[in-house]
Design a binder for this molecule. Structure first.
Ligand SMILES: [Mg+2]
Length: 199
């Protein structure tokens, strides 16, 4: 009898999908700009112009400060549902491949990797592999979950199945678009079931 749901490799983006990186960065930015955190909107676009970041250089400086001085990747809160749903998917036989596109972010690869692995332990995020990349490598997954419009477009353009993890930076991205981890689970089950029924 054919398996009802075929085991798949899941390529799971960290920032904005497993980790609420923007929420932690918002508090660091408040300190950086000497502003009340409540005055910084959580609804930001990629360049953080809503917080007053005026240039790519300032964006890089803020990120570097956050990583090297405020443990950004080690102290950001987990996205609700991430560990619960990932644990369930692992228990169902799927392989969780974490994608950390953080190597080029603050130009601190060793520190970024150390903070990332400690964070995965701290919040008991289950995984089989962790791929540290500069963002240009395809990690060979069957299903991707990502929140970056550019990355989703790149993956879909290459014929990959990519679920958009919905937030304020990707409101224009087409379905499959999940609002939270329970919807991610539904999309993965549907796709894995279709794979299991394929001849
Ligand atoms: Mg992301």
């Amino acid at each position: 009898m054919a398996a009802e749901v075929a085991p798949v490799v899941l390529g799971i983006d960290l920032d904005g999908v497993c980790v609420d990186t923007y929420e932690r960065l918002r508090l660091v930015a408040a300190e950086w700009f000497e502003r009340d955190a409540d005055s910084l909107t959580p609804w930001v676009s990629f360049g953080l112009s809503e917080w007053g970041v005026r240039s790519p250089q300032e964006h890089a400086d803020l990120l570097r400060f956050a990583v090297t001085q405020r443990d950004l990747f080690g102290s950001a809160p987990p996205m609700p549902g991430a560990r619960r749903v990932l644990r369930r998917l692992m228990q169902e036989g799927h392989r969780v491949r974490i994608i950390a596109r953080r190597l080029a972010l603050a130009n601190e690869p060793a520190l970024a990797a150390k903070q990332t692995l400690a964070w995965l332990d701290l919040y008991a995020i289950p995984y089989a592999d962790v791929c540290f990349t500069d963002g240009s490598t395809d990690v060979g997954a069957d299903i991707y979950v990502d929140d970056a419009p550019d990355e989703i477009a790149r993956l879909r353009g290459a014929g990959r199945y990519a679920i958009c993890f919905g937030n304020s930076t990707n409101e224009h991205v087409a379905s499959p678009r999940a609002m939270g981890w329970d919807e991610v689970y539904g999309f993965v089950r549907e796709r894995a079931r279709a794979a299991g029924e394929a001849p």
